[in-house]
Design a protein around this ligand. Structure first.
Ligand code: NAD
Length: 456
């Protein structure tokens, strides 16, 4: 039983401390399998817990959500689906309608289990700070990734366990801030989950174990072919300030999304790093804008063509496009070539070098990976086990960032140089709607798109 549990209907300052400290101080047993050190002061870890039970142990965990959009709502639903002891107590977003929508959507799915009074709904660019004054044990960070470092840092400084969505930052400056905050998280024994849900898929875990176990011999190369048609566009509305517009249409601004290679591509890049068991040492490549033109597509690219090299000689060749014209030929494939065969990572096929099937993954995954990633995190918190996914998530995010740098700058980029880079897309934190965004349109309303070799 937790101290002061009977008072939790309306959390007060006096009951706040003891309960959070209880949850934190019981984090003792290590469950992270450490498989390689990156030299970044963090550990690349693949946690090994699966099929976490959803049984209640009566220890309530208070959850607060920062960023009440599509994924934030999804994360809360996944938490409530599998963790009977979780209670959502506070919400923060820059826009009230997003909070209203989150309340409606989550209440519909979890009737009777979800209710956040107006007094604990916080709106604006400093709403995350107000939320972190509340009695919250776990903070979910699901805003655009440009804000992740500053939100993660405060969550850890104030002693919260964290689940944060991918990617973790948009540039190396942000990544170093995440790494520094994570060192504190490890010292404070705070649990941190990151939104790389494929790490929690039974099928992907099986595939990875087989490939690392030598099913196709030494892995020589991986081909990532990703043809997608793009995501939403949120056109400018009348009376919107420039900052409001960019915050709404955030995907198309590098300071908020990191470009689509970082924002979306980091999942595929994480799978490559996972199979190879390391992060790349260098990358070369190119990219540009072919189909997604005009102001509502902001300043990001719509295609990348990259080649990563790893210390053991393995290469990853990535061809990716987000073109509307891809709509009839959508594909996302990761092909792993080994000395004795090959594997289609996403469809789950392993063949020998003559094309004979060695292994096929089951058609449907035995676990829902989105729910599973919450179940294992909350189980670790309740059981007092150490849990930290930041190493692998930093590696995946940096792999995307260095690829973007290679394409924008038109030169080979080494991991160490990328990691040490002073490049920053957000020179000053944005904390008020009166602030100016770091990217501004020209007199025709167009944004400056990075030209190969001419980084602006
Ligand atoms: N793991 C996955 O498969 C997956 C899927 C979708 C999205 N994501 C990630 O989740 C994150 C959110 O994506 P989304 O699709 O939910 O976007 P979204 O636009 O639907 O939601 C983002 C929300 O954050 C709010 N917000 C923006 N800046 C804020 C700030 N400074 N403080 C508080 N709130 C702020 C916005 O108003 C919006 O409601 C992104 O990093 C994205 O890459 C991951």
């Amino acid at each position: 039983m937790l101290p002061n549990q009977s008072k939790k209907q309306s959390p007060s300052k006096t009951e706040k401390r003891p309960r959070r400290e209880f949850l934190r101080e019981t984090l003792t047993a290590a469950t992270c399998a450490k498989w390689t050190s990156t030299g970044l002061g963090v550990t690349l870890g693949v946690h090994t817990t699966t099929n976490a039970s959803s049984a209640s142990n009566g220890q309530t965990i208070n959850v607060g959500l920062v960023g009440c959009g599509g994924r934030g709502v999804g994360v809360i639903n996944n938490i409530l689906d599998r963790n009977p002891d979780a209670r959502v107590v506070a919400l923060a977003d820059i826009f009230q309608p997003r909070i209203d929508n989150a309340v409606r959507t989550i209440s519909r799915k979890h009737q009777g289990k979800f209710s956040v009074p107006k007094a604990r709904q916080f709106v604006g660019l400093t709403a995350y700070e107000e939320l972190m004054n509340e009695d919250v044990d776990v903070v979910v960070l699901a805003t655009p990734p440009g804000f992740r470092p500053q939100h993660f840092e405060l969550a850890i400084q104030t002693g919260r366990h964290v689940f944060m969505e991918n990617p973790l930052a948009v540039d190396a400056t942000g990544i170093r801030r995440v790494v520094a905050a994570n060192k504190l998280a490890l010292r404070k024994k705070l649990a941190v989950g990151c939104g790389f849900q494929y790490r929690h898929s039974k099928n992907t875990q099986d595939m990875c174990t087989r490939l690392q176990g030598g099913a196709i011999g030494k892995i020589r190369s991986i081909r990532v072919e990703s043809q997608r048609s793009g995501v939403w566009v949120r056109p400018r509305q009348p009376n919107q300030s420039e900052l409001e517009y960019q915050l709404t249409n955030w995907y198309y601004f590098v300071w908020l999304s990191g470009d689509y290679l970082v924002e979306q591509g980091c999942q595929n890049l994480d799978l490559c790093n996972w199979v190879i068991g390391n992060s790349p040492v260098q990358v070369t490549g190119s990219g540009g804008r072919k189909e997604r033109q005009g102001p509502d597509h902001g300043e990001i690219y719509d295609h990348f063509d990259l080649e990563y090299s790893y210390r053991d000689g393995t290469t990853v060749k990535l061809k990716s496009s987000h073109w509307p014209s891809n709509k009839d030929k959508l594909r996302n494939e990761i092909t792993v070539e080994g000395a004795r065969g090959s594997a289609e990572f996403i469809s789950g096929n392993i063949n020998d070098s003559k094309g004979n099937a060695i292994w096929r993954s089951s058609k449907s995954d035995s676990v829902n990976m989105y729910q599973e990633e919450q179940a294992v995190l909350f189980q670790a918190i309740q059981r007092g086990q150490r849990y930290n996914e930041v190493g692998q998530a930093v590696a995946a995010t940096m792999t995307g960032i260095m690829g973007r740098m290679a394409a924008y700058e038109g030169r080979e980029i080494k991991w160490d140089d990328a990691f040490a880079s002073r490049e920053t897309y957000l020179p000053q934190e944005i904390k008020s709607f009166a602030d100016s965004p770091p990217s501004l349109p020209d007199k025709f309303g167009d944004y400056q798109v990075p030209a190969r070799g001419k980084l602006t």
